[in-house]
Write a protein that binds this ligand. Structure first.
Ligand code: 5GP
Length: 190
């Protein structure tokens, strides 16, 4: 998606050997028009599929998933919660995820009422790195006896093993910008 790649080139900052900061338009400040375009692009790529529900993880994925739902047919968006919360029931699916950016483990939880057996679920996330978040979300979908239709990833770091891990499980992965490498602080796309 060229408009996204242009923004990454213009405003993305490589902050660690493997981490890209895009808080100007994606992760902190939100470019709503770009989000709208992202939503439409995922809707186009998955137009051949029946999708009942869109799943993501808080907090960054929520707005993205809403724009995808809007560009599709207003399917419900469900986001996995990260921290124990008094208002979530005990009847949850959960997965343990290792955070690539925070370098620690955390649990994600989804209330069992919000994924039904046989639901076709599209998983949306901002980044794909080692595939930990994706595999955790997929585990939750599988435990609910629902189907993972595929993944919609905004920025994939192609030099990390996330895609391979998801594809090994047979999941379809659609990424809007695939980064080949960071070279002298610059982003090189595939
Ligand atoms: P994974 O679970 O695939 O290893 O990493 C995906 C998650 O880590 C994403 O949800 C995202 O929040 C975060 N992440 C991974 N790599 C980056 C990165 O380079 N930049 C930013 N901003 N977040 C990242």
């Amino acid at each position: 998606m060229q408009v996204l790649k242009d923004r990454i080139q213009e405003q993305g900052i490589v902050i660690e050997p493997n981490i890209l900061k895009v808080d100007n338009f994606l992760n902190h400040q939100i470019d709503v028009k770009l989000y709208e375009q992202i939503g439409k692009e995922f809707a186009k790529r998955y137009q051949d599929q029946k999708i009942d529900r869109i799943l993501t993880v808080e907090a960054g994925g929520i707005a993205l998933a809403c724009f995808v739902a809007q560009a599709m047919e207003y399917q419900p968006v469900v986001y996995a919660k990260k921290d124990p919360s008094a208002i979530i029931s005990d009847d949850v699916y959960y997965a343990n995820v290792h955070s690539f950016t925070k370098k620690r483990d955390y649990n994600i939880r989804v209330d069992k009422r919000f994924i039904n057996e046989n639901d076709n679920v599209l998983v949306i996330d901002d980044f794909l790195a080692n595939g930990e978040a994706g595999l955790g979300l997929a585990k939750i979908v599988e435990e609910a006896k629902a189907n993972v239709v595929g993944f919609g990833i905004v920025i994939e770091k192609g030099f990390q093993p996330g895609r391979n891990k998801l594809e090994e499980h047979g999941y379809r992965v659609e990424s809007l910008a695939i980064i080949d490498e960071f070279k002298n602080g610059e982003v090189v796309f595939k």
